[in-house]
Design a protein around this ligand. Structure first.
Ligand code: ADP
Ligand code: MG
Length: 283
């Protein structure tokens, strides 16, 4: 579905007078792939290159070196630019920057209208998309009256109405309160269950821990890929990239060191609850 081979990207750097001052290598030899229906996390601290990589997947940026294929289309080819942008929809951090219209349903219909979808079909898509994110009841409300989590769900509906094959989320929960985060995360998980391919970019360990595959970026390179269990098994290794294991994994590790019989692989509060209950059943 997505494949990158030896991708390199250099930003032009400008000096204080606005003159070219060399280049900044933001991606360095990144190769990875995402299969249809997969739910991957791209995890890394600030400045590691996550957003730059995401922008390559929907052809907002074109690699300086190497190749990016989306649905078999080479993103460097001019004729693939718009098909790739339509295939891979991106949801950004700030919901307020993504909402344009003054009524929710108009906002969701904006994308398809822009690409010339017939009116009947637009309304059908708007209804389906709002349903998919659980926002049907807010169709005729002003987006200004919504919470951050609700606005972000409207932004997701707006992308869904474009019928993408892939959805990219670039720190899409970073500006939300815990409840909004949960709302959005669960909405996306449901979309994935129904078959959507999801690329979830985050610097939050707990979020990455809930994805199928985790790719860790550091200084523009992809340094580790694996299941959450594999990636979060070695705390010292993660600290090389200034990342930590999810809080529940750290707690489980401390408890194990203190002699509590907890298994490896605990990553979430749900895992911890289940294992502690299993222990308690033997007391
Ligand atoms: P992340 O999303 O992981 O925080 P980014 O992809 O935004 O990382 O940035 C990767 C590197 O590229 C950083 O060092 C950043 O400063 C640099 N960078 C990002 N955008 C630009 C830009 N428009 N011009 C120059 N350098 C940039
Ligand atoms: Mg970023």
């Amino acid at each position: 579905m997505i494949r990158t081979e030896h991708v390199r990207y250099e930003y032009e750097r400008l000096d204080e007078n606005g003159d070219p001052a060399g280049v900044m290598t933001a991606l360095d030899d990144v190769s990875f792939s995402v299969s249809e229906g997969e739910y991957i996390a791209i995890l890394g601290r600030n400045g590691s290159g996550k957003s730059t990589l995401a922008k390559h997947i929907n052809a907002l940026l074109c690699p300086t070196g190497g190749t990016v294929w989306v649905l078999g289309m080479d993103t460097a080819k001019e004729e693939n630019l718009w098909p790739v942008r339509e295939a891979a929809g991106m949801v950004f951090q700030n919901p307020d920057n993504q909402i344009i219209a003054t009524v929710v349903e108009e906002d969701v219909g904006f994308g398809p209208e822009n690409i010339g979808v017939p009116t009947d079909e637009i309304w059908k898509r708007v209804a389906e998309s709002l349903e998919a994110v659980g926002m049907t009841a807010f169709a005729d409300v002003s987006p200004m009256r919504l919470s951050g989590g609700q606005k972000q769900r409207v932004a997701i509906a707006g992308i869904l109405a474009m019928r993408p094959d892939i959805m990219l989320f670039d720190e899409a929960t970073a500006m939300l309160d815990p409840r909004g985060r949960k709302e959005v995360f669960e909405t996306v998980r449901e979309l994935n269950r129904e078959g959507m391919t999801v690329v979830w970019i985050t610097h939050v360990m707990e979020e990455a821990a809930q994805c199928e595959t985790v790719h860790i970026m550091h200084d523009g390179g992809l340094v580790l890929s694996g299941t959450p269990q594999e990636v979060f098994s070695d705390r010292e290794r993660l600290q090389n990239w200034r990342l930590d294991v999810p809080p529940m994994a750290a707690l489980a590790q401390r408890l194990r060191a203190a002699g509590v019989g907890l298994p490896e692989g605990i990553l979430s509060i749900d895992d911890m609850t289940r294992e502690v209950e299993a222990l308690a059943a033997h007391l």
